[in-house]
Design a protein around this ligand. Structure first.
Ligand code: SAH
Length: 349
């Protein structure tokens, strides 16, 4: 029961798994079947209050109100793309902090990109989320709520979840794992593990720990540079873990799970987009069963980074392909509502 403060009044009911909820309810003298009922209200029917749980007695509802809190996110602002239906949500947490989630429609299903922390302490130079610093970790319920409220608002089923919004998920490890177990639970949202992607800047011990959990989720590694020197100049978190160590941890993840790693590489004009960079990247990844996602950097107002022109991005991709590396340039979604992840929140800080 990590990350949950167990003084009764602050028990966050929607961060509990079904067994924990059963233990809690039987502990206050209720029958175990009540736990199944309440769990379904929380994780299938997305109840927004205890009063929504109409098949519970009034007295049980008031007991729950006294002893638990039910975390519900409130959309403060929603931007909808006229081009492709992408929707960007600014959600308020109960304590007034703000986070962002993005809904995207793809041929293979609907996807939600969620935040794992309010703010971030990793400090990547090109990232808007780094600018305001770190505030706090999100709870499992606050992560799951982003999926549920977005599904409710759009009226669509969510089949894919990517943890690529604000924050470093492996810096909030216990809550992340609990969240994954909640949304993949058959008695809840029942999202397949294979449809979940967790993106990290490369916290080596946590990558290894995640590999040992033997989940079937996809790990995305934010690489962004083909050498230790360049990488640490863009990503301060890389000062702590050498590039060779990070890649070894990713190999370990693949060996343990059989899941192909996605390497993310934000192309920044004049910084990491030269033919030499493409060549070095090819050498690093040659022979690995992996996928490279090239992302033209999303310009952030406070930073001077620019996207490469299209021909430079295409040349970079070609060079990787020549070296038989699986590569795509990420299609930009919601171009008209864009603003790099973290910018919407920043306006409210
Ligand atoms: N902390 C995690 C996940 C959040 S960021 C991580 O570092 O992976 C999700 C992805 O977006 C990361 O690959 C991150 O490096 C990238 N990113 C952040 N700001 C960006 C920007 N302005 N343009 C392009 N990619 C960006």
């Amino acid at each position: 029961m990590d990350n949950i403060n167990y003084t009764p009044a602050s028990l966050e009911i929607n961060s509990l798994n079904c067994q924990e909820l059963t233990d809690f309810l039987t502990g206050i003298g209720e029958k175990p079947f009540r736990a199944k009922q309440i769990y379904a209200w929380l994780h299938q029917k997305h109840a927004a209050s205890f009063d929504d749980m109409t098949d519970l007695s009034k007295s049980l509802r008031s007991r729950l109100k006294e002893t638990c809190r039910l975390t519900v996110l409130k959309p403060v602002q929603i931007q909808t793309s006229k081009l492709d239906g992408t929707k960007k949500y600014l959600y308020a947490l109960a304590d007034g902090n703000m986070i962002e989630s993005v809904f995207m429609k793809y041929k293979h299903g609907n996807s939600v990109c969620i935040s794992s922390q309010a703010g971030c302490r990793m400090g990547c130079r090109f990232c808007a989320s780094a600018i305001g610093g770190f505030v706090r970790n999100l709870t499992p319920a606050e992560m799951a709520e982003q999926v549920y409220r977005t599904s409710q608002d759009t009226g669509e089923r969510i089949s894919n979840v990517v943890v690529m919004g604000i924050g470093e998920p492996l810096d909030n490890y216990d809550s992340l794992l609990k969240f994954i177990r909640l949304i993949t639970d058959e008695q809840g949202q029942n999202i397949s593990q294979r449809s979940i992607t967790v993106s990290t800047c490369g916290i080596v011990p946590r990558i290894r720990q995640l590999a040992d959990e033997k989940l079937q989720i996809t790990l995305a590694l934010s690489l962004h540079a083909p050498s230790q020197e360049k990488r640490q100049s863009l990503m301060p978190a890389a000062l702590q873990y050498d590039l060779a160590e990070v890649l070894k941890a990713c190999d370990y993840y693949f060996a343990k799970t059989g899941r192909r790693i996605t390497y993310e590489y934000s192309l920044i004009r004049g910084i990491n987009d030269s033919p030499g960079d493409a060549e070095r990247l090819s050498m690093l990844l040659k022979g690995k069963n992996c996928h490279v996602n090239l992302i033209p950097v999303n310009p952030v107002k406070e930073r001077s980074f620019m996207q490469p022109d299209e021909s430079a991005a295409a040349a970079f991709k070609n060079k990787l392909e020549k070296n038989r590396i699986n590569v795509t340039i990420r299609r930009e979604m919601g171009r008209d509502i864009d603003g790099a992840c973290g910018q919407l929140r920043k306006k409210y800080l």
